[in-house]
Design a protein around this ligand. Structure first.
Ligand code: CA
Length: 227
């Protein structure tokens, strides 16, 4: 059974989300504070739902701390409606966000989409540019010149989605779909933020990418040469 951690101080919200998740067969733990979350997190969770505004520790700080140790999918709950703030949250390594007030059903749909993505896939190893970039699909590991590159789940999905079909242009909307398994309006800048992070991790020169090329007005394509 998959385990989900809800980090949220508003009991009304955590109760509703917990009820919905349990109804779907998930095991759910709730942490009402950041400190409590850090205690619980020593257990393994399959997904974390994280409220950005907590009484003790900033949600963004919790997010980056979790990310240092684990690539567990993180969905942020945020009251911040400005796109700037959301993109910042994703920069901290969250995979997705939901703006309050949200419908529990929508949240559950996203939880399932993220879990499906994590579980899916047989073992496959892809290698590009004479071994300069290697992708292990089931271990979700990427190596740049045999050095492990830590990627978030979303970054990994985008890279794999592109690399599996080299030289095909993907629009930002298609990439959103690859990341989340459903369409999401107004997500362009989030994809751009993920691509920017990815390039810093896998490219030698982000101005002259060897792997992910911008196709102006259209999207992105993978230009690595498979070995
Ligand atoms: Ca809160």
């Amino acid at each position: 059974m998959e385990k989900i951690l809800i980090i949220e101080d508003e009991k009304k919200i955590s109760d509703i989300v917990k009820t919905y998740l349990e109804r779907e067969g998930f095991t759910v733990a709730v942490a009402p504070t950041g400190r409590e979350a850090f205690k619980l997190i020593k257990d393994r969770f399959d997904l974390i739902i994280l409220d950005l505004k907590l009484p003790d520790i900033d949600g963004e700080e919790i997010c980056s701390t979790i990310r240092k140790a684990s690539d567990v999918p993180i969905i942020m709950l945020t009251a911040k409606s400005s796109e700037e703030e959301r993109v910042k949250g994703l920069g901290m390594g969250a995979d997705d966000y939901v703006v309050k007030p949200f419908s529990p059903r929508e949240l559950i749909a996203r939880v399932k989409a993220h879990l499906r993505r994590t579980k899916k896939g047989e073992r496959k190893s892809l290698s590009f540019n004479e071994g300069a970039l290697k992708i292990d699909t089931s271990a979700m590991e990427v190596r740049k010149r045999d050095k492990a590159v830590p990627l978030t789940t979303s970054e990994f999905r985008i890279l794999l989605g592109l690399a599996e079909r080299p030289n095909i242009v993907f629009s930002r909307e298609q990439l959103v779909n690859i990341v989340q398994g459903y369409d999401f309006e107004g997500y362009d800048r989030v994809i751009d933020a993920h691509i920017k992070n990815l390039r810093h991790k896998i490219e030698d020169d982000t101005q002259k990418p060897m792997f992910i090329k911008t196709v102006y007005g259209a999207g992105y394509k993978f230009i690595g040469v498979q070995d």
